[in-house]
Write a protein that binds this ligand. Structure first.
Ligand code: PLP
Length: 367
């Protein structure tokens, strides 16, 4: 962090600032007096807006009063969801390579995370359902995954969602789907379509929880606002549990988020166009490099190239940083299946991406 002149592609966020219309809405909310304590489960008006969002984008009807809980970030939504469904000693199957926080939260609840690597089959990451079946024990309670995924960009297909749901139902497991990258999806009929939420398939009685965030879609990482959608009995616990964790997400931030939901589509589309161009540029450049295999990701803003013969991604990233001033995230940081790859966040300007890739190529060619 303290080194000068580093081309930084290790972050998990876009370098775009929060759009002005959202900042203005926060200023207005402060002026309007949204500076007091408010409901543990979130402002009713924001929960109604979120129910509208699911109706509009997914054709899913939710009861804002009993099935949606606003949280102070996606991290907190995940923390809350995991905490609500696991007892000490329980086991959770976590699809990896993954952003490591989910497995860490399982461990923080004195439960046991089991990393279940997603195999790269040809040009696509898949789910090893046989391995999942074999890993279930009487203590298994949860299957946790993110779609679109960080770091893979993998997005569950329709069939994979059916199988995940069928597996969870049959084995009596909770399914937590982290969908924070839902709006950063490039495989729809038109740009701007969300990656299909598992909620399209789940019934409201299913043991399914979706965790979400304003961070990625609206460039609001520092604002700390997210939400979860859960079966009503769990949501009824998650709201009051908030009281003892953060009480509630900041009131004026919630108000600004309502504006983001109502007015954000044009700005989001502009960002998606730029991200898709960046993704394609990086894919083309990486694929021309020696020993690099990189599947085309459908979502999020990461590429996870595999580098032939790489056995120590941490050391590769350390050398790349010290010798070429390029910062990437080592694949080993993302758990089982991550070693041998690096993560590149392409939500950066061309003036950073292009020289960074050139330096990576020079580095790889030198061996
Ligand atoms: C898969 C995934 N889930 C959740 C989050 C958390 O987002 P936030 O806490 O900023 O809402 C991140 C952030 O990088 C992420 O990659």
């Amino acid at each position: 962090m303290s080194m000068d002149g580093v081309l930084r592609l290790y972050f998990g966020e876009s370098n775009l600032p929060t759009p002005d219309y959202i900042k203005q809405a926060a200023v207005q909310a402060l002026a309007d007096g949204y500076t007091f304590y408010s409901e543990n489960a979130g402002l009713p008006s924001l929960r109604r807006a979120l129910a509208g969002y699911y109706g509009r984008l997914h054709g899913v009807e939710l009861d804002p009063a009993t099935e949606i809980v606003v949280t102070a970030s996606g991290v907190q939504a995940l923390n809350m969801a995991i905490r609500c469904v696991l007892d000490p000693g329980d086991e959770a199957l976590c699809l990896t390579p993954a952003w490591p926080n989910g497995a860490a939260m399982v461990a923080m609840d004195n439960a046991v995370p089991l990393e279940m690597p997603q195999p790269l089959v040809g040009e696509r990451y898949e789910i090893d359902f046989e391995a999942l079946e074999a890993a279930v024990t009487p203590r298994t309670r949860l299957l946790l995954y993110a779609s679109p995924s960080n770091p893979l960009g993998w997005t569950a297909t329709d069939e994979e969602q059916d199988r995940l749901l069928e597996f969870a139902r049959r084995r009596g497991l909770w399914l937590i789907a982290d969908e924070v990258y839902e709006r950063l999806w490039y495989a729809g009929e038109r740009l701007g379509e969300p990656a299909p939420s598992i909620l399209r398939k789940a019934t409201r009685d299913d043991a399914v929880i979706v965790t979400q965030s304003f961070s990625k879609t609206y460039c609001m990482t520092g604002w700390r606002l997210g939400w979860l959608v859960a079966r009503a009995d769990v949501a009824a616990k998650a709201g009051p549990l908030n009281e003892f964790v953060v009480s509630h997400a900041a009131s004026f931030v919630q108000k600004a988020a309502e504006t983001a939901l109502a007015e954000g589509e044009d700005e989001l589309l502009r960002m998606l166009e730029r991200l898709k161009e960046n993704r394609d540029l990086c894919l083309e450049t990486l694929r021309a490099m020696p020993g690099v295999t990189v599947p085309q990701p459908d979502g999020a803003f990461y590429l996870f190239p595999r580098i032939a013969g790489l056995t120590d991604s941490f050391e590769l990233c350390r050398r790349l940083l010290l010798e070429h001033r390029v910062g990437l995230a080592p694949g080993v940081a993302f758990g089982a299946g991550g070693e041998g790859s690096v993560r590149i966040c392409y939500a950066a300007e061309r003036s950073i991406l292009e020289p960074a890739l050139e330096r990576l190529e020079t580095f790889l060619r030198a061996g």
